[in-house]
Design a protein around this ligand. Structure first.
Ligand code: NDP
Ligand code: DXP
Ligand code: MN
Length: 429
């Protein structure tokens, strides 16, 4: 039984993770759940999965009646009735649940769940740089990090990857290492990175000469800059192939998502930026590809459903029964490929620049993007303003001097500076 904590359990990745856990309840046990504000949904999930360690990011909810219900659930110690066909089974399930339950409010309570002694794997499905500390603390606690929160690596890859290498070595030392593959301390959930991870298994990573990161092209593929002037949130949220949370959907439409993924790939696979190439693949059937020194290319394909990479991150090195119908190539028709239009979708080039410069610039770029995307969604900023704001804040940071990444505290301080800068820029435009 693999015991998992799901941070961001009410979101797109979080709910799909719970669906995988439901389908494989003989192999996965959910022991902790965290959300930001959807506390009613959290309570329903906790009851359905018999979870007694709960955290809510929004501290204002601590004084609401829902807090009493959550506390009752945390203290209940009862396995869900559906999982306990007899009183004996229920008694065993109660004993296995172990320890006292817990309920906490605020960012520290959310991060605190990663240190639960009964947790083996933490699924980080938080959104934005708010997920960085949880990623760091998961690996610092020697646990497996199943990572959807790509912003963690974009901002703090320099801190996270050395920790992941340590946990990988610890797991290898105690005998957890498949014959042909890494020990699985950091399992990427992002579809492209899950794909590359699988293409590299059984290979000598030093023989990989290029990573081909695929992009759908987003809802505005083929449009000109002029076409993008009056884009509304509803138009930008309508992703052509994936059903995702709001922030990543906007990032996909601007190609910032692909820029974040290039930086994520650089950290995860130690690949130089000039050997990471983005290719538009509008069907989103090829999730990414790895080219090797001898000219061979391995591609990973699958149904466009995140439950496949989520499940693989949890089952590795095993493969469990498919959570969705596999791809039917007869129905797929053709596969198209194109170069991305980086003049129209400037966020991709900005992110590449931030990644290549390194240090604290990706942190600044990411924070400015988060603020500009939130402003656009709140109809307080324009669509084209997203790239313009990111560029202006990056330039300001470069003028002041990009720093080497030293610590989480340093990153949080620079993130705060970039957010203020971005808010000021939006107020002025
Ligand atoms: N969705 C997808 O298909 C993919 C997503 N990703 C990445 O996965 C991450 C999650 O994306 P997605 O699931 O789409 O996002 P959603 O917006 O759908 O969900 C975010 C989840 O995180 C919770 N949350 C947000 N902020 C906090 C906080 N400060 N403290 C505690 N909980 C918080 C939300 O709680 P509440 O509901 O209470 O607000 C919600 O449960 C992102 O980094 C994204 O880039 C990567 C690949 C694909
Ligand atoms: C499902 C997933 O991994 C997303 O990150 C996806 O890649 C978004 O689609 P785009 O290719 O349009 O960015
Ligand atoms: Mn992706």
């Amino acid at each position: 039984m693999r015991r998992i904590v799901v941070l961001g359990s009410t979101g797109s990745i979080g709910t799909q993770t719970l669906d995988v856990a439901r389908r494989h309840s003989d192999k996965l046990k959910v022991v902790g759940l965290a959300v930001n504000a959807r506390a009613d949904d959290l309570l329903a999930q906790a009851r359905a999965f018999g979870v007694r360690h709960l955290a809510v990011g929004d501290t204002r909810l601590a004084g609401e009646p829902i807090a009493d219900d959550l506390l009752a659930q945390a203290r209940s110690g009862a396995a869900p009735v559906a999982d306990a066909p007899s009183s004996l089974a229920q008694a065993v399930a109660r004993r296995n649940a172990g320890g006292e339950g817990s309920l906490g409010f605020g960012a520290d309570a959310v991060v605190g769940l990663v240190r639960l002694p009964e947790a083996d794997i933490v699924v980080n499905a938080l959104v934005g740089a708010a997920g960085l500390r949880a990623s760091y603390e998961t690996l610092a606690a020697g646990k497996v990090l199943a990572l959807a929160n790509k912003e963690s690596l974009v901002v703090g890859g320099d801190l996270i990857m050395p920790l992941a290498a340590q946990v990988d070595a610890q797991r290898r030392a105690v005998g957890f290492a498949p014959d042909a593959g890494p020990a699985g301390a950091l399992m990427p959930i992002d579809s492209e990175h899950g794909a590359i991870y699988q293409c590299l298994i059984g290979e000598d990573a030093r023989e990989a000469s290029r990573l081909w990161v695929t992009a759908s092209g987003g809802p505005f593929r083929g449009r000109t800059r002029d076409d993008l002037r009056d884009i509304t949130p509803a138009q930008a949220l309508a992703h052509p192939t994936w059903n995702m949370g709001a922030k990543i959907s906007i990032d996909s439409s601007t190609l910032m998502n692909k820029g974040l993924e290039v930086i994520e790939a650089h950290h995860l696979f130690a690949m130089p930026y000039d050997k990471i190439t983005v290719v538009v693949q509008p069907q989103s059937a090829i999730h990414s590809m790895v080219e090797f020194a001898d000219g061979s290319v391995k591609a990973h394909l699958g149904t466009t459903d995140m439950r496949i990479p989520i499940q693989y991150a949890l089952s590795y090195p095993e493969r469990w029964d498919a959570p969705v119908a596999p791809l039917d190539f007869r129905a797929l028709g053709s596969l198209e490929f194109a170069a991305p239009d980086e003049d129209t979708f400037r966020c991709l080039a900005l992110a590449r620049h931030a990644g290549a410069e390194g240090g604290t610039l990706p942190c600044v770029m990411n924070a400015a993007n988060e603020v500009a995307v939130a402003a656009f969604l709140a109809e307080e900023g324009s669509y084209l303003g997203i790239a313009a704001c990111v560029e202006a804040v990056m330039e300001a940071h470069e003028r002041e001097g990009v720093q080497r990444v030293e610590s989480l505290d340093q990153l949080e301080q620079i993130d705060g500076w970039a957010r203020s800068c971005a808010r000021a820029w939006i107020a002025d435009h």
